[in-house]
Design a protein around this ligand. Structure first.
Ligand code: ZN
Length: 376
């Protein structure tokens, strides 16, 4: 009898599940319902159109751009939507203190914990780094489930940083360039549901008419802070052959974001910038394939008037020194959602002029040269 009862229960459960699929219910019984947004679009006469997915259903409102946008679900803070973003003409900055991390890939809590532990933000997730500079070296999008929240958090944090005399530099990584070009291979499953519920593709959600899409299109790929050049993946020696300034390289990217591969391939400069040796993809500081040769990095740094290149993109278990300290790798595998590190320089109490790595426990540790077999 017991067996028969169990069998009936299983059959009934199967029937219910089948029905929910059949009627297209938003799976509220079986999965946590999707919460996401806002996706905000610039409209006519300074109106904005904001869309959310709350409990698996579309919510939408229009209001004047200057009015505060109250949270419904997804990003939990009130938002002041700014005008269309203007790219900063400046690419070289001087900072008194500095923090950097990369490859957040949708892991909001981990990133905020790291920033909070080291005093970059406070307990309300607001900027508390004064005139410090924070560099996010690309790849905030794809893989993880809190991409929208991260982008709004950084959008807001940038404004707070500037107001305090500091700066937030969000650099574009290969995942941002992929999403903007409609390459959605690494999209978290959650956003497939959001696409279906809002009736817009993910690429449309980040179109040039969306507030975050417009903001991303104003971000640089290269930035120099003090004597460090920051770039998502790395600069190959061929970079010098372009004969372009950092500003020009950033402008080339801006003008080409969203272009399809065939179009990029027709133009040699763009083919290089978006190719495997380009600044958002290159791995030759850490791998044998297309490895940078001794002397080449030195020459590159001389031309850039910099002492080191600081990059993300290639995952390791911590922050490391490479190439005799001329390269620092930032990607500490935050994408796994378990741990991660923050690069720190000249924070209160730190030895003058020394780079250190900060962990989730708030400890500051020296950075070791990378010695393990091979990075991921
Ligand atoms: Zn990357």
């Amino acid at each position: 009898m017991k067996k028969k009862g169990l069998l009936l229960m299983v059959l009934a459960l199967q029937a219910l599940l089948g029905m929910s699929w059949f009627f297209g219910w938003p799976l509220t019984i079986w999965q946590t319902p999707v919460q996401d947004g806002p996706y905000v679009f610039f409209g006519q006469q300074q109106q904005i159109d904001a869309q959310w997915v709350c409990d698996g259903e579309k919510r939408q409102l229009q209001q004047h751009q200057s009015a505060v946008l109250e949270p419904l679900c997804g990003f939990s803070k009130r938002l002041q939507i700014r005008h269309r973003a203007e790219p900063l003409p400046q690419v070289k900055f001087t900072a008194q203190k500095l923090a950097a991390l990369s490859d957040i890939h949708g892991q909001l809590d981990l990133m905020q914990n790291l920033l909070r532990q080291h005093g970059i933000i406070d307990h309300q997730q607001n900027w508390s780094f004064g005139d410090g500079h924070l560099v996010i070296a690309g790849d905030v999008m794809d893989r993880g489930p809190a991409v929208t929240e991260i982008l709004w958090f950084l959008y807001q944090l940038e404004q707070q940083a500037i107001a305090a005399g500091g700066q937030l530099h969000l650099l574009l990584g290969n995942h941002e360039t992929m999403v903007l070009a409609g390459d959605l291979r690494y999209l978290n499953e959650k956003y497939r549901q959001v696409e279906a519920i809002l009736g817009l593709s993910y690429q449309q959600l980040y179109s040039a008419d969306s507030v975050l899409g417009d903001w991303l299109r104003s971000r640089p790929v290269l930035v120099q802070v003090n004597d460090s050049v920051f770039v998502h993946a790395g600069l190959h020696p061929d970079y010098l052959a372009l004969g372009m300034t950092m500003t020009e390289v950033n402008e080339y990217y801006r003008a080409s974001l969203g272009m399809d591969k065939a179009t990029l391939k027709q133009q040699p400069v763009l083919d290089f910038l978006y190719g495997s040796l380009g600044p958002v993809w290159y791995r030759g500081y850490f791998r044998e394939k297309a490895a940078i040769r001794s002397g080449e990095l030195e020459q590159l740094l001389q031309q850039l008037h910099a002492k080191r290149v600081i990059v993300g993109h290639t995952s390791m278990d911590a922050i490391y020194l490479h190439q005799g300290g001329q390269v620092i790798s930032l990607d500490s595998n935050i994408k796994k959602g378990e741990s991660g590190e923050l690069l720190l320089w000249q924070l209160p109490g730190m030895p003058a002029g020394e780079f250190m790595r900060g962990n989730l426990r708030g400890e500051r540790l020296p950075i070791s040269p990378f010695t393990a077999a091979k990075p991921d």
